[in-house]
Design a protein around this ligand. Structure first.
Ligand code: BGC
Length: 838
C-alpha cells in the first residue's frame, strides 16, 4: 500500500501550462493542451503516467484515456501529487500520434475552504503526461514539453463549488487527434513543480459508479418555466443532460438537497457553493452532456431553459466517488433501521470523493479530521478504505511534518494553526488503530508511530499539575442538539471533560500500538499518561459514588465507554446514564463526541433496553427521526429538517457521515460481529437482540474472507446461523440462549436452533403489549392515545395521563381492566392510532 514514489530521474516529461492568463478567475475557461509525436514501430506495451495542477482528462489519438474523473484527487498537493497510470498499448499507432489533456481549476486553483480562497497551490493550471513506450530492447519516453500548445474550448468555466459551464458550439473538433490545426494556439510555458511530490499508488480513483433515473418531475411552483427533477436520493455527483434544440440556447441546472414545503428548491444548505451547471447547445440534434470538472451534493435539480418537455430520459443522476470495494452489509426486521443503515452507506459514498470529507454539497467539503475519526470504524466495515485512508493519513503526516501540528482539516486550507483538539487531532492515533483492528496490517501503525508520539508529547505538555487537559479551545461535544446555533462547541458537556476522556482513550490506544510495535519504553510512557489522566479525571469530574459532573449523557457515556471509572462507580454511572436517556424521552442529547459511544456505553453498563429505545425512537431529534422525514442520507444534526419540512435555522448539511458513527454499534451489537484479534482471524460473535427486532443479518468481507451472522426469533424459537471463512475461528455467544451458552467455533457453516424465554419469543412491535410509559415517551403518540381514550372513556382519561404515563402496565392490560371490557370500536380506534394490526 506504500506510495510508489519514484526517483526524480524517472520523470522526464515537464509540467506545461498556458502562456496566457488563466487560472485565477472563476470564469476562466479550462485549458486544452496538445502535442504530437512520431512512433517508428508499435511498442510491445505503452503506459501513460498522468497528473495535473488542477483537475484533468487525458487524451490519446482522440480517445479519452481511462475512466477516472476529478483526477488528481485532492491530496496535500504541495507534498504529494498523485500520478495515475494507464495502459494505453491499444491506443498508440505507428506514425504520428496526438497526446493531450483538458485541465480545469479543481482544488489546486479553484475556490476551496472555509472561508473560501482561490489559488491555494498555484496560479496557473498545468498538465503532466509521460508516455512510456516499451520495446523488446528499450523504453522510449515522450510527454508534455515546450513543444506543446495550449488553447481553450467548450468548457468556459468550471469550479468544484461553482459548477461547470459548457458551450458546445466552442468545442475545438478533433483537437486531440493528429493533424488538428493548432497554429493559432500559443506555445505552452513549462512550469516548475517539484517532481519529488509525484507518487503513484493503488488508491481507487474517483469514478462514475452508478446512475439514477428521476423519480419525479414537477414544475417549479413559482417559476413555471423551470422543472424540478427529484432523483429520490441525496448523492454526490452530477446530472447528465439529454437535449435537442437550437444552437445557442442555454440550459441551466441548479442543484439542491432539499425542497421547501411548497416544493421550491431550497439551496440554503449549499452555503457558499453556487452548484450550478449550464450547457449551451450546439444545435446538432440529440445532444448529451455532463460536467466533468465539478461535483455537487444533491437530490434535486432545477432545470431552466430546457427546450421542450423534460422526460425521464432528459436527466440522469451520475453518482461519483472513490471507487472502493464494498465489504459490509446489514439488514434487520426493522424497516426504519434498515433505511438508517442505507443512509449511512449513502453518506459514506457522498463523502469519499478522493478524501474523507465532512459534506459534499456546501462551500466546504473538507477533510475534517474529527469527522473521519468518529466515522472510521463504520467506514472500515462498510468498504475497503485502506488505500483511500492510507493516502489521507500520509497527507496528515506530511502536513504535520511541515507545520508541526495536526491540522483540523487535511489537506490543510485553514489560515490559522490548529491547537490539539480531542476527537479531531487524535485521529493520528485512533484512525491507524481502527485500520489495524479492521485489517490486521501493522504497517499503518509503524508508519505513523512518530506522528502519534509527537501528538501525545504535545498534548502532555499542555496538562496541568492536576494531570488535566483544561486549557485551550476544544470542539467539545460538537453540535450537541442543545448547543446554541451560533456556538456548536458550546454544548451541555464541559469541553475539557470531553478532552480528558478522549485523551485517556487515545493514550491507551497508543500504548497498545506501542506494544504491537515492540516499543516498550513508549508503551510504558503512554500507559502512565493514560493512568495519570484517568486519576485526574476521577478527581475532577467523578464523585466517589460514580456520578459524573455536569450530569450529561455524553459525560457519562464517555466515562463508561472509555473506562474512566472505578469498578464500584460504573454501575451507578450506568444507572445515571440510563436515567438521563429516559429523562430526555429517548431523544438525542449528545453531539459528535458522545453520540458515537452512547449506545455502547448503555450496553456495556447493562442497559441494553435503553440502548434499543434510544436507537428506535422517532421523535425529533432522534436516530430514526430523519428516516421518518424521508431522509436518504445522514444529516449533520438529527433535526436538520424540522417536522414541518423546513430546514433548521442552521441550514445544516443533509449529507454528513459523522453521526452515522452509531452504525458501528448496529454491526457489532445487533449483528454481533467484531474482531477478537486485529484482522478477524479470531472473531467475537455475540448478537444482542432487543427492541422487538425479530431478525438481523450482518455480512462482512474481512481480509480473511466473508463472514456472515444471522439470527431470527420466530414463535419462541431462535434460529442462528454463522459462516466463518477458512483459517478463522470465533468465540460465539448464542443470542438469548437460556443457559447463556458460549462456544468455540472453527471455520465453516454453523446452525443452531433453540427455545428462547417467552419475553423474547416474539416481536415487541405490538404497541398493545408495550408498557404505557413507553407509549408516553413519544408526545405525539401519547396525545393521540389520550384523545382516543378520552373519547370512549372520559373518566379514565380525566384521571389524567399522568397516572398512566409512568405505568409499566401494557395498554392491553389497561383495556382488560375496563369494567365490561373495551369496546371493539375503542380497540379499533387505538389500533388505527398506533398503527397496529387488530
Ligand atoms: C464541519 C464539521 C467539522 C466542524 C469542525 C464543520 O463546518 O462540517 O463536520 O468537523 O466544522 O469545526
Amino acid at each position: 500500500m506504500s506510495d510508489d514514489s519514484v526517483s526524480d530521474t524517472r520523470w522526464q516529461a515537464r509540467f506545461v501550462g498556458p502562456s496566457f492568463a488563466n487560472g485565477t478567475e472563476p470564469d476562466d475557461p479550462a485549458c486544452y493542451l496538445r502535442g504530437e509525436f512520431t512512433v517508428a514501430e508499435v511498442p510491445r506495451r505503452a503506459t501513460l503516467y498522468a497528473t495535473a495542477i488542477g483537475v484533468y482528462e487525458p487524451y490519446l489519438n482522440g480517445a479519452r484515456v481511462g475512466d477516472e474523473v476529478l483526477a488528481p484527487t485532492w491530496t496535500s498537493y504541495r507534498h504529494r501529487l498523485r500520478v495515475s497510470r494507464h495502459d494505453v498499448t491499444d491506443l498508440v499507432e505507428q506514425g504520428r500520434n496526438a497526446l493531450g489533456g483538458i485541465v480545469a481549476q479543481g482544488w489546486a486553483l479553484g475556490l476551496t475552504g472555509f472561508p473560501g480562497k482561490r489559488n491555494r497551490y498555484a496560479d496557473r493550471p498545468a498538465l503532466f503526461l509521460q508516455l512510456e513506450l516499451e520495446y523488446a530492447d528499450r523504453i522510449e519516453v515522450v510527454g508534455t514539453g515546450p513543444e506543446f500548445r495550449a488553447g481553450t474550448g467548450a468548457i468556459r468555466a468550471a469550479g468544484i463549488y461553482e459548477g461547470e459551464y459548457y458551450d458546445a458550439r466552442r468545442e475545438p473538433e478533433g483537437w486531440s487527434r493528429v493533424g488538428f490545426a493548432d497554429e493559432t494556439w500559443p506555445a505552452v510555458e513549462v512550469r516548475d513543480w517539484p517532481l519529488d511530490t509525484l507518487f503513484t499508488d493503488d488508491a481507487p480513483p474517483i469514478r462514475r459508479v452508478e446512475e439514477l433515473a428521476p423519480v419525479s418531475i414537477t414544475r417549479s411552483p413559482s417559476s413555471p418555466a423551470a422543472t424540478i427533477v427529484d432523483f429520490g436520493q441525496n448523492l454526490a455527483g452530477w446530472v447528465r443532460l439529454r437535449v435537442s434544440g437550437e444552437a445557442g440556447s442555454t440550459v441551466a441546472l441548479r442543484h439542491a438537497e432539499h425542497l421547501t414545503p411548497e416544493g421550491e428548491l431550497d439551496t440554503r444548505t449549499l452555503r457558499g457553493a453556487a452548484a450550478t451547471d449550464s450547457y449551451t447547445l450546439a444545435g446538432t440534434g440529440d445532444e448529451q452532456w455532463e460536467p466533468r470538472f465539478t461535483y455537487h451534493g444533491f437530490r434535486y435539480v432545477e432545470i431552466d431553459g430546457y427546450p421542450g418537455e423534460i422526460t425521464e430520459q432528459s436527466a440522469t443522476a451520475v453518482v461519483v466517488h472513490s471507487d472502493m470495494t464494498r465489504t459490509g452489509w446489514f439488514e434487520t426486521s426493522h424497516e426504519l433501521l434498515n433505511r438508517l443503515h442505507a443512509n449511512t452507506v449513502w453518506s459514506m459514498r457522498g463523502n469519499f470523493v478522493g478524501i474523507p470529507t465532512d459534506c459534499p454539497q456546501r462551500g466546504e467539503r473538507l477533510g475534517w479530521t474529527g469527522d473521519i475519526n468518529a466515522f472510521g470504524p463504520t467506514a472500515a466495515f462498510l468498504y475497503d478504505v485502506r488505500p483511500v485512508l492510507a493516502s489521507w493519513l500520509r497527507d496528515v503526516a506530511a502536513e504535520h511534518g511541515e507545520k508541526g501540528y495536526v491540522p483540523w482539516m487535511v489537506p490543510d486550507v485553514a489560515s490559522y494553526p490548529a491547537p490539539p483538539t480531542a476527537l479531531w487531532s487524535d485521529v493520528v492515533v485512533s484512525l491507524p488503530w481502527t485500520l489495524y483492528r479492521q485489517y490486521g496490517e501493522v504497517e499503518v501503525l509503524r508508519e505513523h508511530f512518530p506522528l502519534m508520539r509527537a501528538y501525545l508529547r504535545d498534548v502532555e505538555s499542555l496538562l496541568g499539575e492536576d494531570d488535566l487537559w483544561s486549557g485551550g479551545f476544544q470542539f467539545g461535544d460538537w453540535l450537541d442538539p442543545d448547543a446554541p446555533d451560533d456556538n456548536p462547541a458550546g454544548g451541555k458537556t464541559d469541553a475539557h471533560l470531553v478532552a480528558c476522556a478522549y485523551l485517556h482513550k487515545t493514550a491507551r490506544e497508543a500504548a497498545l500500538i506501542a506494544d504491537v510495535l515492540g516499543e516498550a519504553a513508549d508503551a510504558k510512557w503512554f500507559t502512565e499518561l493514560a493512568d495519570r489522566v484517568r486519576a485526574g479525571f476521577r478527581r475532577e469530574y467523578v464523585t466517589p459514588s460514580g456520578r459524573v459532573l455536569g450530569e450529561t449523557a455524553t459525560g457519562y457515556a464517555l466515562a463508561i465507554r472509555f473506562d474512566l471509572l472505578a469498578a464500584d462507580q460504573r454501575a451507578r454511572a450506568g444507572e445515571q446514564l440510563a436515567a438521563l436517556v429516559a429523562k430526555a424521552r429517548y431523544r438525542i442529547s449528545t453531539g459528535f463526541a458522545g453520540t458515537p459511544v452512547i449506545l455502547d456505553a448503555l450496553t456495556d453498563a447493562g442497559h441494553l433496553d435503553e440502548a434499543y429505545r434510544l436507537l428506535l425512537h422517532t421523535e425529533s431529534p432522534s436516530f430514526l427521526y430523519p428516516v421518518t422525514q424521508g431522509a436518504t442520507t445522514v444529516w449533520e444534526r438529527w433535526d436538520a429538517v424540522l417536522p414541518d419540512g423546513t430546514l433548521h435555522s442552521s441550514a445544516s448539511s443533509l449529507n454528513h457521515y459523522a453521526l452515522g458513527a452509531i452504525t458501528d454499534w448496529l454491526h457489532r451489537v445487533i449483528g454481533g460481529l467484531s474482531p477478537a484479534e486485529p484482522g478477524y482471524r479470531r472473531m467475537s460473535i455475540a448478537p444482542q437482540p432487543g427492541g422487538g427486532l425479530t431478525h438481523a443479518t450482518v455480512e462482512h468481507d474481512t481480509v480473511q474472507g466473508r463472514v456472515s451472522v444471522s439470527w431470527r426469533v420466530i414463535g419462541g424459537r431462535m434460529t442462528f446461523d454463522v459462516t466463518l471463512p477458512p483459517g478463522t475461528e470465533a468465540e460465539v455467544f448464542l443470542p438469548l440462549h437460556p443457559e447463556g451458552k458460549t462456544l468455540e467455533v472453527a471455520a465453516g457453516t454453523h446452525h443452531w436452533e433453540y427455545a428462547v424465554e417467552s419475553a423474547h419469543s416474539g416481536p415487541n412491535h405490538d404497541p398493545f403489549d408495550a408498557p404505557m410509559r413507553e407509549l408516553a415517551s413519544d408526545p405525539d403518540t401519547w396525545q393521540a392515545v389520550l384523545d382516543v381514550l378520552g373519547r370512549y372513556l372520559p373518566g379514565l382519561a380525566g384521571m389524567g395521563g399522568s397516572m398512566l404515563e409512568g405505568s409499566d402496565a401494557p395498554l392491553s392490560r389497561i383495556l382488560q381492566a375496563i369494567p365490561g371490557g373495551a369496546s371493539p370500536e375503542l380497540v379499533a380506534q387505538l389500533a388505527v392510532t398506533l398503527g397496529a394490526a387488530r
